[in-house]
Each structure stands twice: as C-alpha cells, then as structure tokens.
Design a protein around this ligand. Structure first.
Ligand code: UGA
Length: 449
C-alpha cells in the first residue's frame, strides 16, 4: 500500500458526498465536507443528515463530535490542507435530457483556486464520457498541478452505507497509475474497517457479501462504466415491464416468468421486477444523459430511448389497466389512496418518482386522491397536484377509500389489515403483495400477474 493521505475534502453533501465523508472519517482520515446550501449545512453541522438514510446519522454524529468530520462552506481552509479531494456534486439533467455539468465545473473552478500542489482530484459525480478532460483543463488553466482520477460511485439510496462498505468493485480511471493506486488504497482501508463502521451505524453485515474487485482503468472507460451500469439496470427494468404487458395480455404471471428467467446465471434475477418503473435522481437522467452524450459522438442509442419510453408509459399503463376493471370504467370521483411517494422504499427522495406521476395522473383522470408516505411527504409536496390530500397517518389515509394504489413498496404496507378497511380494489404497482393474502371481497390488480 502507498503512503496514505491524512486529510481529505469532499465537495458536495448529497447522498454520495455525505456517505463518503462520513465513512472516510471513520477510517483514520480527517475529512472536510463542503456544502454551500446554508440550510443543509446547518443541519449537517448539528451532527445529522438532512435526508433519510438508514445508518448515516450515527456515523455523522460520532465523527463530528470527535472532530474527524467537519462540515463547512469554506473551500480555502479545507482544500489547502487536503491531499485528496472528492468531487460529489449533483449532475441533474437539462430540459433536453443532457447532463447539467455546471456544478461539476463550478466545483472544479473553486477547487483549482485553493487546492494544494500535487493533490489528487477525484471525480465521483456521474458525468458523461469525456468530461474528465474538460475538468483537467480547468485546473491547467488555473495553474494548479493535480492528478485526476475518475472514481464513479455505485451506492444506492436506502442502502448507501452498506453499499459503500461492501462494494462489488472500485473503479479508478486515470492516466496516473500512482494516483489511481492511492485512491484504490483508500477503499482498501474502508474494506478493513467495514465491520466496525457497520456496527457503529447499527447495520447488519450482508449475508452474502460480494467479492470485491479493485479496477484501474482509463479515465474515459471509468466514466463510461458508471453510465453503462445504470443504463443496463434501467434496460432490465424496462424489459421486465415490456414482458409484464405481454403477460397481462396472454394471462401469464411476470413474477414467475422473471424468477425462472433470472435463474439463468447469465441473466440474473436482480432488477427484473416489473411495476411502475424506475425513478430517482439517477436512472432517468443517466439514461437521457447517455442518449445525448452518444449523440455528441455521432452514435445513436435507440435501445436506451426505447427503455425510457417504456418507463415513462408505465404509470399510464397501470391506471388504464385498473380502470377497465373498475365497475364504472372511469376514475371520475373514485376515492383512491396512493401509498408511497418516494422513488423507492427506504428513502425520502421523490425526484422523478413514478409514484408521484401515478398520484397526479389519478387526479387528472378525476379521482379524489389521498396520499401517504412514511418519509417522503415533505419532499413530495412540491411535485404533487395541490388537489391531492396528503396524510401523515396510514390509517387515516385509508379511511373511506374504495381503491388503493401501492406505488412504493414500504414494508409497513405488508401489514395492513385490509379486512378493517372499506377498500375494494388494490392496485399493486410494485407487485409487492401476495394476492392470496387479501380478503376475498378485494379485487387485486397487479402488473403482469
Ligand atoms: C442507482 C444504482 O442502482 C446505483 O448503483 C447507482 O450508484 C445510483 O443509481 C447512482 O447512480 O447514484 P438508486 O437510484 O439509488 O441507485 O436506486 P435503485 O435501487 O437502483 O432503484 C432505481 C429505481 O429502479 C427505483 O425507482 C426502483 O423502484 C426501480 N426498480 C429497481 C424497479 O422498478 N425494478 C427493479 O427490479 C429494481
């Protein structure tokens, strides 16, 4: 192992930045985490996270108390002391689907002004292939001598801490072999510390931990690895949803189909769950970003456009299917409760959530809509139609509703005592219920089953 840096700066305190900073601060490093949003910074400085993510708060609280993790908006202090700088800023999408790299370039410009000579600048943000060269140019133009390493992140929201401790692979893309190895070494330290950190976070260690791979590759390959991985997972989901529609039409069961298809080790069972489609801050924008960046290279990605089209159509497909089963064949004045608003369970994140699309579409079709989510009510408010009634209590949300749509698979929805409700129709947009477990007077409407 190479000589280890003692001070690290993480720029950007979203899911990736906060998780990275919190974990590295338990691995013997002094970590500065830069956040420019004053409200978020204020919460982080209190030793907790501004988003819901299991296990993260104890890690932040412990490190901020003992001083190995400092949240700040001061680039000068943090960067001048750091030999490694991780850039973890957001890359949202532009209206045309391309990646908005303004935060990436701003972070690089700020870093270039203050970064220590010969530090390693590590790009963790998801960026289109070719971005690293532009970022390197920013440092060069500012007269800063750095090594650049593309180190894409693969953690998932809702399992961010466990994913960061037990990783399938770490990618370090750089022309500078020594810099790439130094970054890989940081993760070797994380690997050594992971049991201790998991126990501090009160998280159980995974039953079948992945075999870890440390991969040194080129900068552009590293950039492409990240977007290709997300794009392929999105493809699997849209494939499962396409088969689900065929299963609906032909009377087959997509759950059984995907169990058996996924039993082929060449295919694998993961990400073949049909339902209301993918959302969140990653898949939708990474798919559109890949399509756009390929166009810039003169390459057309019809396959990803198809995945995107299938995905966007799922909320409409589900509500049309359910509508044909309702006795009045219309949503007009149907009392419907949407359970779950987050883009997936285990998070308060509602970015591009298909659950919100379902709720809004139900309302547009004339239904009287109530919505409940155990964590995401606050974040959902901005994107939901103001005519939708938000409920902070599950039981209250179910009162008087004849129809329920499960739009995010929170585990508490498994425990609903349906017999105590007036619900007649359950639309299981996540295929997460066992139809046979429902009382006989309830009509179950799944996706492809
Ligand atoms: C995804 C990737 O899984 C991570 O590896 C990656 O690091 C991250 O994006 C990122 O680029 O930052 P995430 O968006 O947190 O992680 O969540 P996923 O668990 O991948 O789920 C994405 C969406 O797909 C959710 O809406 C989920 O409900 C949906 N999904 C997932 C399905 O509809 N079907 C499935 O079978 C699996």
């Amino acid at each position: 192992m190479n000589e280890q840096p003692t001070t690290i700066t993480v720029i950007g305190c979203g899911y990736v930045g906060v998780t990275t900073a919190a974990i590295l601060s338990h691995c013997g490093y002094m970590v500065y985490a830069i956040e420019v949003n004053p409200e978020r910074l204020n919460i982080l400085k209190q030793g907790r996270s501004f988003f819901y993510e299991v296990g993260i708060d104890p890690l932040i609280a412990h490190s901020t108390q003992r001083g190995s993790l400092v949240f700040t908006d001061n680039y000068t202090e943090a960067l001048s002391k750091s030999s490694v700088v991780f850039s973890c800023v957001g890359t949202p999408d532009n209206p045309d689907g391309s990646s908005n790299l303004s935060y990436v370039f701003t972070a690089a410009k700020q870093a270039a002004e203050h970064i220590a000579q010969d530090a390693i600048f590590v790009q963790k943000s998801t960026v289109p292939v070719g971005t690293g060269q532009k970022v390197e140019r920013i440092f060069k133009d500012a007269g800063a001598t750095i090594s650049y390493v593309s180190n894409p992140e693969f953690l998932r929201e809702s399992t961010a801490v466990i994913d960061t401790l037990w990783f399938d692979r770490i990618i370090a893309g750089s022309n500078d072999t020594s810099a790439a190895e130094r970054i890989l070494d940081i993760y070797r330290v994380v690997e050594k510390q992971r049991d201790t950190i998991a126990s501090l976070a009160k998280l159980e260690t995974p039953e079948n931990p992945p075999a870890t791979q440390y991969i040194h590759t080129t900068q552009s390959s590293a950039e492409l690895i990240k977007v290709s991985a997300n794009a392929f997972l999105a493809l699997k989901i849209s494939f499962a949803n396409s088969i689900a529609k065929l299963a609906d039409a032909a009377g087959a069961n997509v759950v059984e189909v995907m169990e058996a298809v996924g039993a082929d080790r060449r295919i694998g069972r993961a990400f073949l769950n049909a339902g209301r489609g993918y959302g969140g801050g990653c898949f939708p924008k990474d798919v559109s970003g890949l399509i756009r960046s390929a166009q810039d290279f003169g390459v057309s990605m019809e396959i990803m456009q198809a995945a995107d089209d299938v995905n966007n159509a799922m909320p409409g497909y589900i509500l049309t299917k359910a509508q044909t089963i309702l006795p009045q064949k219309s949503w007009k004045d149907v009392e419907c409760t949407v359970l779950g608003l987050a883009f997936k369970s285990g998070t308060s994140d509602t970015r591009k959530s298909p659950a919100i699309a379902i709720a809004n579409l139900l309302r547009r079709n004339g239904a009287r809509v109530k919505a409940y989510d155990p964590q995401a009510i606050e974040e959902a408010t901005h994107d939901l139609s103001p005519e939708i009634e938000l409920c902070t209590d599950l039981a209250v949300s179910l009162q008087n509703s004849s129809c329920v749509c499960i739009a995010t698979d929170w585990s508490e929805f498994q425990n609903i005592d349906w017999a105590k409700t007036n619900v007649q129709y359950v639309i299981d947009a996540m295929n997460c219920l066992e139809p046979a477990s429902l009382p006989n007077n309830i009509t179950y409407i799944g996706i492809g089953r």
